[in-house]
Design a protein around this ligand. Structure first.
Ligand SMILES: C/C=C(\C)C(=O)SCCNC(=O)CCNC(=O)[C@H](O)C(C)(C)COP(=O)(O)OP(=O)(O)OC[C@H]1O[C@@H](n2cnc3c(N)ncnc32)[C@H](O)[C@@H]1OP(=O)(O)O
Length: 719
């Protein structure tokens, strides 16, 4: 797992070999220990180069091997032995040097990087800290503020930034190993006293306490209950205040708490889930490995409202030629200006030229005649979308993939408007589309695997976490949102306030509670959907029937709020009040509280005290229950798909791994028991009735989340 050769007569070359990313598995660590010993004991060898095979230095510790019983040589003494060597050791960094990979490089005496290499300590994103000496060496090398930034965010830096920070000694555009060998020859025999980072004093910034206090506050605010970023700050503080060996002890102590934590498990699960969703499969059996995508060089966006503008920006930033269509001249001009200034701002941030000339604007749909793929993003109205699809079918060249950016409409109905329904898929972007990472790629019964593969490939190119889902009302994300918000409305009827519900959800880790989020998104959107579904009809002001639809419990509270013209932030009031329309600071609203009291009185409801636990159980377990139904219906292929959707698109706290992973951590039997309890109390709420897949999983001993697919497969084969 590590190869050793002697090059240029006196340089020992150690090559890490563990495809695809040369992760530091037990075998690789053993290989490094053995080959370093060989090199150091060979009198002909005067210096050593460490590199990785296939153009990547090292992706860090092998995450798949993490567990209670770790075998193989530990990293800390291995890296220490390299640093203590009496012959210069040079790291030749190509591709990535991440986590343990960078820590290994920091143990070397010199670091040469290729100009395209990326370096970083992303352990925090896996619920860990750089505990192979990284939290102690990096601040000694580049100073406390820069080390805090890298370690608490886990961000990867380019070779150029690494050079500027002082992480690497040289950057090359040529063959990195050749450059490192040349460098190793030049430093052979030189003193290494000044090259061992662990012996450096840690640079002391002025106002050390204030700096740490400020960073800790920032981290606590953005981490929302995540432990790792806090531990990272504590570890760097140890580097700044303690001698190296004591700092290392502190690093070890902090890591011990993180390593076995549920948060680390959740974050590592999400790391693999994000990659697993790329291996998509449709119920027909066709999937990522059997379906070839069509090349997309030119795409069109139809409809330049907020969503269409965001999609246009995202496509242009990906390097595609884009035809942007908007029939209303005034809106076209407004959109052109908005798209251009977003592209200019983004380009300025990245220090590149804005890709303005990649976009052509038109009011005429004929302009899409030669594009490879179209994304329709007009107003959420089936009649309008059908009209657009009919026009597209007449205009587009044969084979053009037609995508609809609907969040809830039936994409199969749209497909039926075209002579080639196999070319139609949904691409559900999230607003703002150039920022939000999630993309739901929706297939209907007639969508071809090639059309799905094309949309998935485009999503990947755009840097989206793209998830393939089946066609149903709300797909996965919005479908699960229905029971979640319904429970929140019921809780208001029973005595809660928006503030109480939001506080419980935010303490759980959501970036925003449901009511604050709804105010931001706009309450009128849901109102329009409920009206078109025949739910939000004007009814008697009081009496049971006002709170019943189709025989089930319904809360008209949100409809009544909308009837008052309270659509959220944009109108200056919704579930909260705002200083003025468009203002973002939500304030508790006495009007809303007295409205709730009057509402309860009118309907004969007696307010009771509701605690955070009930808020979480009712909102989250109802949502999770729907997640199980989605799996049962085959709309999502596995729990990972649902979890990636929730973490990347709905603000679910990443350190809790997504709703389905969370259910497995809580215990499926407990989730089932609480759902049964609440369903007994509210028998007229179907979302609380435990779904049969959940019962089946509990009956089969609540297997871990990665084994649910087996149970689902068995269930489907019996249907
Ligand atoms: C204590 C803890 C210590 C000392 C650590 O080092 S923790 C690990 C820190 N390292 C990381 O967090 C890096 C994780 N990896 C990546 O960011 C990326 O994989 C990459 C930038 C190194 C390469 O990206 P890319 O080319 O896009 O490839 P993929 O991300 O798709 O990965 C390819 C497959 O390799 C698997 N992989 C990647 N890194 C690791 C790892 N450190 N351990 C185990 N396996 C890893 C990844 O899961 C892909 O495999 P599949 O899931 O597709 O089977």
């Amino acid at each position: 797992m590590a190869q050793y050769t002697r090059v240029s007569g006196i340089v020992g070359l150690i090559t890490l070999q563990n495809p695809p990313v040369n992760a530091l598995s037990a075998a690789v660590r053993q290989g490094i220990v053995d080959k370093v010993e060989t090199a150091l004991s060979d009198p002909k060898v005067k210096s050593v180069v460490i590199c990785g095979q296939n153009g990547i230095f090292c992706g860090g510790a092998d995450i798949k091997e993490f567990g209670p019983k770790m075998s193989g040589p530990p990293l800390i003494p291995m890296i220490h032995a390299i640093e203590a060597a009496n012959k210069p050791v040079v790291a030749a960094i190509e591709g990535s040097a991440l986590g343990g990979g960078l820590e290994l490089a920091l143990g070397c005496h010199y670091r040469i990087a290729h100009s395209k290499a990326r370096l970083g300590l992303p352990e925090v994103t896996l619920g860990l800290l750089p505990a192979a000496g990284g939290s102690q060496r990096l601040p000694r090398l580049i100073g406390v503020p820069a080390a805090l930034d890298l370690i608490t965010t886990g961000r990867h830096v380019t070779a150029a930034e690494a050079l500027q920070l002082g992480i690497v000694d040289q950057v090359t555009d040529n063959n990195t190993v050749d450059a490192a060998v040349k460098f190793a020859l030049s430093v052979a025999g030189q003193s290494l006293d000044a090259r061992r980072i662990s012996t450096y004093p840690c640079p002391q910034p002025s106002h050390l306490d204030a700096l740490f206090e400020e960073v800790m506050q920032k981290v606590r605010q953005s981490a929302r209950g995540a432990m790792a970023p806090v531990a990272c700050v504590q570890a760097v503080r140890a580097a700044a205040t303690l001698p190296y060996t004591q700092g290392l002890e502190r690093e070890k102590e902090l890591m011990a708490t993180l390593f076995t934590s549920g948060q680390a498990r959740a974050l590592q699960y999400i790391f693999f889930a994000q990659r697993a969703v790329g291996r998509w499969r449709m119920p027909s059996g066709a999937g990522w490995d059997t379906s070839k995508h069509r090349p997309v060089n030119k795409a069109a966006v139809i409809g330049l409202g907020t969503m269409g503008q965001g999609i246009t920006v995202a496509l242009a930033q990906t390097g595609l030629s884009v035809v942007a269509i908007e029939t209303q001249e005034k809106q076209l001009m407004k959109a052109k200006q908005a798209v251009s200034s977003t592209l200019e701002r983004g380009a300025k941030r990245r220090g590149v030229a804005p890709p303005l000339d990649r976009i052509s604007y038109s009011q005429n749909i004929q302009a899409v005649a030669d594009v490879d793929l179209v994304i329709e993003a007009v107003f959420e109205d089936m009649g309008l979308k059908m009209e657009v699809f009919q026009q597209l079918s007449a205009v587009c060249k044969p084979g053009t993939v037609l995508c609809t950016n609907t969040s809830a409409l039936d994409m199969d109905q749209l497909a039926s408007e075209t002579p080639n329904p196999e070319l139609v898929v949904g691409m559900h972007f999230f607003s703002p589309a150039h920022v939000m990472k999630l993309l739901e790629v929706v297939y209907g019964p007639r969508s071809s695997p090639q059309a799905v593969a094309t949309a998935m490939q485009l999503g990947k190119k755009m840097g989206k976490a793209s998830v393939v889902v089946g066609n149903c009302r709300g797909f996965v994300g919005n479908r699960m949102l229905m029971p979640y918000s319904e429970q929140a409305f019921f809780l208001l009827e029973e005595g809660a306030t928006p503030e109480l519900v939001d506080r419980a959800l935010e303490e759980f880790g959501f970036s925003m509670g449901l009511f604050r989020m709804s105010d931001l998104a706009g309450l009128d959107v849901g109102w329009r959907v409920r009206k078109s579904a025949g739910l939000a009809e004007p009814r008697e002001a009081s009496g049971q029937s006002a709170r019943i639809r189709k025989g089930y419990r319904y809360s008209p509270i949100a409809d009544l709020i909308c009837e008052q013209g309270r659509f959220g932030q944009k109108t200056g009031s919704g579930w909260y009040q705002y200083d003025k329309p468009g203002s973002r600071v939500a304030r508790s609203d006495p009007w809303l509280h007295s409205f709730l009291e009057q509402y309860r009185a009118r309907h004969g409801l007696v307010a009771r005290s509701i605690d955070h636990q009930e808020v979480l159980e009712r909102c989250l377990y109802a949502m999770i229950n729907e997640g199980f139904r989605i799996l049962e219906d085959g709309i999502a292929a596995g729990p990972e798909d649902i979890d990636v959707i929730y973490v990347f698109g709905y603000g679910w706290p990443r350190h809790r791994g997504g709703p389905m992973f969370y259910a497995s951590m809580v215990g499926l039997a407990k989730v089932l028991e609480r759902l049964e309890h609440y369903h007994q109390a509210h028998p007229d709420v179907p979302y609380l009735q435990p779904c049969s897949l959940l019962k089946r999983l509990v009956a089969s001993g609540s297997p871990p989340v990665h084994r649910w697919r087996e149970v689902i497969k068995k269930l489907h084969s019996q249907l």
